[in-house]
Design a protein around this ligand. Structure first.
Ligand SMILES: Cc1ncc(COP(=O)(O)O)c(C=O)c1O
Length: 356
């Protein structure tokens, strides 16, 4: 196992945190993991107090955006243990993203040990209430001071942690979504299936426009025909049509292969619900809503877990889904996944990684 020295903070912020009012992503724990890549290898792993890092204005990531990240969660389970949900999936996806962005990959032992050691050090920061978690944000960026479009020769791999409550202000209540209009998020051959920082930068303008019109998020349609639904800001999308759960396929490389998406597919099949990964045209959803065969739409993602969609807007028309209320399947899925995460339901698929 890799050796990771720890430098402890002398000024913990823990006592200042209001664990009853956690706003997603705004509170950071006392320590962070940091490692650097230079001379062709990852080196100098360490855990240090959370705080500012030095960057040079010429740092490659600031100019060319060579950066990737991950997002997973640790849960305080009902028997007082800490569970990182499907940690291996995030590790695998980090290295897939790294490959696409010409970033050197991370060894499994380094990833697991860094996260485990950091969380165990920050044990007191893992919130205990149902609906809360410790969000884990590993990220890698190009750190060489160099102007010119080529892969950086140096990188930083860091992990920071945030105690979090619900992702959306709506909590588990249905969100209102609008399609992406003239904008696109990803194209075949691009980086839509990587967790590249660039994907989020380009989503900001359309998301802001949608917010101004009262929508929570944008549903991305494919960038070529602006016709097929792909995913939502930080969620994959599921449509419960007739008696089948349908989700857009990953084969064109334009959708992030969500860990929660995979869990939903697995659980639905275990429940005996047919699941189909296929393209879904936006007009198919509007037609189905009219015919009454569109039962539910929901998003899936680490941050929100399951997020029911109450309204969908496209080109001046709006459909209400399930009367704007949380659907039965979305609720069941939420209960099942969170039940496993908090150790209340049996983990038959070995999705829980207990740290202690
Ligand atoms: C663009 C995008 N799609 C989907 C997801 C859902 O993925 P996961 O379930 O792994 O969190 C995320 C969140 O990571 C995302 O950023």
């Amino acid at each position: 196992m890799i050796e990771i020295p720890i430098e402890k903070t002398t000024q913990s912020k823990l006592s200042q945190v209001d664990f009853n009012n956690l706003v997603f992503g705004s509170t950071f724990t006392d320590h962070m993991f940091d490692m650097e890549y230079r001379d062709g290898k990852w080196q100098n792993p360490r855990i240090i107090p959370y705080g500012p890092i030095q960057i040079e204005p010429g740092m490659s990531v600031l100019h060319y955006g060579q950066a990737i990240f991950e997002g997973s969660k640790a849960f305080y389970t009902k028997d007082g243990r800490i569970n990182v949900f499907r940690m291996n999936k995030n590790f695998e996806r980090l290295n897939c993203s790294a490959k696409r962005l010409c970033i050197p990959d991370i060894e499994e032992d380094v990833y697991y040990t860094a996260i485990k050691k950091l969380i165990l050090l920050e044990k007191a920061w893992v919130p205990k209430d149902r609906g809360t978690a410790l969000y884990i944000r590993p990220f890698i960026f190009a750190s060489e001071s160099f102007l010119g479009v080529r892969p950086s020769k140096t990188y930083r791999f860091m992990v920071i942690l945030c105690p979090v409550g619900p992702y959306y202000a709506e909590g588990f209540n249905p969100v209102k979504l609008s399609t992406s209009g003239e904008y696109g998020r990803a194209f075949q051959g691009g980086v839509g299936n990587a967790k590249a920082a660039a994907n989020y930068a380009i989503s900001l303008f359309p998301a802001n426009e949608a917010k101004k019109q009262g929508f929570t998020q944008v549903v991305w349609l494919d960038a070529k025909e602006h016709r097929y639904v792909e995913e939502v800001g930080t969620m994959n999308l599921f449509c419960y049509l007739d008696d089948t759960l349908i989700t857009p396929p990953l084969d064109e490389g334009t959708i992030l292969p969500g860990v929660t998406r995979e869990s939903v597919i697995h659980i639905a099949r275990d429940m005996g619900i047919p699941v189909c990964e296929r393209k879904i045209a936006i007009e198919e959803l509007f037609d189905a809503a009219e015919k009454g065969t569109l039962k539910e739409i929901f998003g899936s993602g680490t941050a929100a877990v399951i997020s029911p969609v109450g309204e969908l807007h496209h080109k001046g028309q709006t459909i209400k889904i399930n009367g704007g209320k949380t659907g039965e399947l979305a609720q069941k899925m939420f209960d099942e996944i969170t039940g496993i995460q908090y150790g209340e339901k049996s983990d038959t698929n070995n999705w829980c990684h207990y740290l202690d």
